[in-house]
Design a protein around this ligand. Structure first.
Ligand code: HEC
Ligand code: HEC
Ligand code: HEC
Ligand code: HEC
Ligand code: HEC
Length: 447
């Protein structure tokens, strides 16, 4: 195990930040989650649809979730296609090890694989048995789960009733945050940490209070775990996050509308903005605006997860008494990106970015994580507050009162990034969610 882990971390250095490895020995592998030879049989796993015959509610919820979407997601597929080309197939298991642990360990994901040739169970992505056939956790990142296809179905019902379909077993691991960590904490081959909601959770106020990921992302309700069974404390299998599937047809219009409402509700609970200023200023002075941003989540950063793909920022717009904009940051530019100071707009107010960016050795932003040397994050820690000070110049002729409005905005992807991936058709469908908003009036005394 130790030698294989060493290989995992040494290969990227040998590749020198992105060159194509050559020769069969350089196939990127790992005994647990990216084995050279299959360690499980694909036909040892059942389709979610079969589970749905008895576990109706769980099946219906799962089918609308990101977990069911993990392998058909066009954004995922577009990234994988670029990586396949870049490494000539040698690293093809890397991106698939969490999006389809069964397909990757079962020999369906091979160097140079084509999504069109994959087995149905692989395309089910994070399907029922990729979680319920987990026996233990070898590491809290990079698909660290130990799968046991011949074992019982594990869950958190302490005394499950006997079923002819499968054996059941109580598993405390399934009720713990570390269970999610196996896939939600992600390190690139280079060792660069890309996603770490679990790392953020450890040491958070939520962890101290014993609140696990499931407590927020799998809220409980009463109902039968199986058609006709006794009433249990069930856990929602919708896993609401910040994403809304872009692929047409994955959700019905009704499902999409209800997911959108849930995502908006979750995001509205995530963070808050408060804006303050000197209450009385003379026209011609510089007004100091203080924009305080607070992460309301006790469990992890805002934003969290794939923050380098996500966009979270603060938009601030100041208008004079005629409604004319006298100052703005974070409004959309012609390309649909939040504006702020850049080479294109020198001297403009800085963009108040809350997400993260990946940069190469020269400090230039990069889209593909495997080309990144550094991950620079502005995300707010659990329950943390940050105050931005903005200096807004006013003219001597300016007429008050000024109105200043601040909004925290969130978007799942940058339209520029989607266009760079050849996904123009989805760029138009991206939605900007308002997380929080605050507004003040600033009186202006004559100069
Ligand atoms: C450690 C497990 C793991 C590995 C390995 C992994 N992912 Fe993911 N991926 C996830 C998780 C978990 C999410 C959801 C995170 C979130 O929404 O914040 C995700 C989300 C994504 C998304 C966003 C999906 C959407 O529509 O919102 C893309 C794109 C993606 N991954 C691409 C990749 C690529 C490319 C690779 C290989 C470089 C990769 N992933 C490797 C676990 C993994
Ligand atoms: C023929 C009906 C049937 C089918 C098909 C079925 N199950 Fe079950 N399952 C049950 C019954 C009955 C229970 C016990 C429910 C209870 O005690 O309330 C159960 C319990 C469970 C539990 C809870 C275990 C625990 O101790 O917490 C999980 C998880 C589970 N099933 C997953 C699955 C998955 C995944 C599939 C598909 C591969 C599946 N089941 C297929 C009938 C079925
Ligand atoms: C106290 C409630 C709470 C707990 C506990 C919690 N989360 Fe979250 N989570 C949220 C909220 C609110 C959001 C939406 C804001 C955001 O995206 O940061 C969110 C968003 C997410 C997202 C989507 C991020 C994105 O932009 O795609 C992922 C993935 C996630 N959480 C994973 C986890 C994991 C893993 C754990 C456990 C280690 C966890 N969460 C624990 C409240 C919680
Ligand atoms: C991403 C992992 C994951 C996937 C995929 C998943 N489950 Fe679960 N499931 C869990 C966890 C975790 C729990 C226990 C949550 C807790 O106790 O906090 C659970 C609980 C259950 C239970 C026990 C009753 C309950 O609601 O607590 C059943 C039955 C079940 N799942 C069936 C299914 C079926 C059927 C599918 C596929 C249609 C499925 N699960 C997909 C993680 C998963
Ligand atoms: C076997 C790997 C795996 C496990 C285990 C797993 N996840 Fe995920 N999860 C993923 C992947 C991959 C995605 C992203 C799918 C996509 O959109 O492409 C995801 C997406 C999500 C999202 C949606 C994020 C968004 O942007 O909307 C949430 C929320 C989430 N998972 C929560 C959890 C929680 C909570 C647990 C633990 C109970 C868990 N997951 C366990 C792999 C996993």
């Amino acid at each position: 195990m130790k030698t294989l882990r060493t290989i995992l971390t040494l290969i990227p250095l040998a590749c020198g930040g992105g060159g194509s490895p050559s020769g069969p020995d350089e196939l990127l592998s790992d005994e647990l989650s990216m084995p050279r030879e299959p360690t499980v049989a694909l036909d040892g796993f059942a389709s979610a649809e079969q589970c749905g015959l008895c576990h109706e509610a769980h099946y219906l919820e799962w089918s609308t979730s990101g977990h069911a979407y993990a392998m058909i997601d066009p954004v995922f597929r577009a990234f994988v296609a670029v990586r396949q080309e870049h490494y000539g197939g040698k690293q093809d298991m890397f991106c698939l090890q969490c999006h389809s642990p069964i397909g990757t360990r079962g020999g369906d994901i091979v160097p140079g694989f084509d999504f069109a040739d994959l087995q149905p169970i692989t395309l089910e992505g994070v399907t029922c048995e990729s979680c319920h056939k987990v026996a233990s956790l070898a590491r809290p990142y990079n698909s660290g789960h130990v799968l046991d296809p011949d074992g019982p179905m594990r869950g958190t019902i302490a005394e499950p009733i006997i079923s002819a379909a499968h054996e059941s077993q109580f598993s405390p691991l399934h009720g713990a945050a570390s269970f999610c960590a196996g896939c939600h904490d992600l390190r690139e081959v280079s060792g660069l940490v890309l996603e770490r909601p679990y790392g953020e959770w450890q040491g958070s106020p939520a962890a101290a209070a014993g609140v696990q990921c499931q407590g927020c992302h799998m809220p409980s309700y009463e109902g039968p775990a199986v058609v006709g069974g006794p009433t249990r404390r069930l856990h929602r299998h919708t896993w609401i996050g910040a994403g809304i599937p872009l692929l047409e047809g994955f959700l019905t219009a009704e499902e999409k509308a209800s997911l959108r409402a849930e995502v908006k509700r979750l995001l509205a609970s995530a963070a808050r903005v408060d804006i303050t200023a000197d209450t009385s200023v003379r026209a011609g002075d510089v007004v100091d605006l203080f924009v305080a941003v607070t992460n309301n989540i006790a469990a992890h950063n805002f934003p969290t997860g794939s923050t380098f793909n996500r966009q979270a920022w603060v938009e601030v717009v100041v208008r004079d008494s005629d409604g004319r904009i006298v100052f703005a940051t974070g409004t959309l530019d012609a390309g649909g990106e939040p504006s702020g100071s850049s080479l294109a707009a020198p001297g403009a107010p800085e963009l108040l970015r809350l997400g993260s960016i990946l940069v190469d050795e020269r400090g230039e932003p990069v889209l593909f994580p495997w080309r990144a040397a550094e991950h620079v994050s502005n995300a707010l820690g659990p329950l943390r507050e940050r105050v931005f000070r903005l200096r807004v110049p006013t003219g001597r002729a300016a007429r008050g009162p000024l109105s200043a409005e601040a909004r925290i905005l969130f978007r799942a992807f940058s339209p520029t990034a989607l266009r760079a991936l050849g996904l123009d058709e989805y760029a138009a469908g991206l939605e900007i969610h308002e997380v929080s908003r605050d507004r003040i009036r600033v009186e202006l005394r004559p100069p």
